[in-house]
Design a protein around this ligand. Structure first.
Ligand code: PMP
Length: 395
């Protein structure tokens, strides 16, 4: 039984994760004791802060199989995606103006691409395959001499579908096109070894891996000791982060990110078997209720995510009734205070109604068996209340 003070039960770890207590402990001394400015290298305080930042850079590089000098700190994956896309265009606009991406990227990518279109970029957004995965053949067909970048997320935040980044990177290499991947949902959930997978630019965020909010990473590959492209800083002022990102470093946040990366590496080594088992138990129990489909079924998915559409219930009622007991995401995105169906689900071919009758469960390190039992019982109770077999949302 879940005591009432523990509700709503949190199953929305793709939205954000709590800071791990070990992360908080490691951060605390940097708020007021070791408060130095990491750029003030000649001072005692500054040097201490600098050392802490570099330790974090090493830990994050170790998690990703990268060199420490290839890691740049930002304010989050949104900033990193902006930095990547805008820099690639400004560095390579003489060579071409074509960017290939997918229609189910995060808004931080899609909105930036839209903005770049106004500056003359030709963007090709590839719709997903029916199983939610990236369509490599469509990508091959789109490659042209003007293509300067392929940008494909590592794993989708809504469905948890894992894209075939290794195969994509082989094609990108063959055509000598830069490859960028938003790995915000994959870091710490999948082993990523950038020594083996030739992604050129990778982005991520601390708050998805039990680190603090407001810290992100931008990975830029070095080849033969040189950056693969010159980066035009998007935040100017100062020489921070090898001249790629101005501003005083968020030392506490970076320290937290480093510890979170270390913990994530340990967790990956142990395997996320408990989470995978809990997700499967939840998913199978809910599927047994009937009239439910798994979005992304038939493809490789992150072990902690389950995206389910309820064909026989009204989405609005479902969400309203679950609001106080379960914290989960829906198949709707809040845009300017109106609810619009998720662009990911509609790209997968779901009708607006079915997209809005969709729940995303994302489990985490702290999820307990009792919470899974509770979630199953809650969804069962609520769907029974509102089930209406006369409603049959079109696929
Ligand atoms: N990309 C993906 C795939 C995400 O899931 C998110 C967070 N929802 C972001 C980018 C943005 O990350 P941040 O919150 O660090 O800006």
């Amino acid at each position: 039984m879940i005591p009432p003070h523990k509700t709503p039960v949190y199953l929305d770890y793709n939205a954000t994760t709590p800071c791990d207590p070990e992360v908080v402990n490691e951060m605390l001394p940097y708020f007021s004791g070791n408060f130095g400015n990491a750029a003030s290298l000649s001072s005692y305080h500054g040097f201490k802060a600098h050392q802490a930042v570099e330790k974090s850079r090493d830990r994050i590089a170790a998690l990703l199989g990268a060199e420490s000098s290839e890691i740049i700190f930002t304010s989050g994956a949104t900033e990193s995606n902006n930095l990547a896309l805008r820099s690639v265009y400004s560095a390579l606009s003489e060579q071409g103006n074509h960017i290939i991406s997918s229609s189910i990227e995060h808004p931080a990518v899609l909105a930036t691409l839209k903005d770049l279109e106004k500056q003359g970029v030709r963007v090709s957004l590839i719709p997903p395959l029916p199983n939610g995965s990236f369509d490599i053949e469509a990508m091959r067909a789109l490659i042209s001499p003007e293509t300067i970048l392929i940008c494909v997320m590592y794993a989708n935040n809504e469905t948890g579908v894992i894209n075939p980044i290794e195969e994509i990177s082989a094609v990108a290499r063959q055509h000598q096109i830069l490859l960028m991947s938003d790995a915000t949902q994959a870091i710490g959930k999948l082993p990523i070894n950038l020594q083996k997978i030739p992604v050129d630019i990778l982005t991520g965020s601390a708050h998805k891996i039990y680190g603090p909010k407001g810290v992100g990473l931008f990975y830029l590959r070095h080849r033969h000791g040189k950056k693969v492209i010159d980066i035009q800083p998007q935040i100017t002022g100062g020489h921070g982060e090898q001249g790629m990102r101005g501003g005083t470093l968020n030392v506490t946040g970076i320290v937290g990110f480093g510890k979170a990366a270390e913990l994530a590496a340990q967790e990956l080594e142990q395997g996320l078997t408990t989470t995978a088992r809990q997700r499967d138990r939840l998913e199978n129990a809910l599927l047994a209720l009937g009239h439910i489909q798994v979005n992304g079924a038939g493809s490789q998915r992150l072990a902690h995510v389950s995206n389910l559409s309820f064909r026989h219930v009204d989405g609005g009622k479902l969400l309203k009734l679950l609001k106080n007991t379960l914290t989960i995401s829906t198949g709707s995105a809040c845009t300017s205070s109106s609810l619009s169906p998720s662009h990911v689900l509609t790209a997968l071919g779901l009708s607006d109604e079915l997209a809005q009758s969709t729940l995303r469960f994302s489990l985490g390190r702290d999820t307990t068996e009792e919470e899974i039992d509770f979630a199953i019982a809650e969804v069962r109770r609520v769907t029974k209340l509102i089930e209406d077999v006369s409603v049959d949302h079109p696929a």
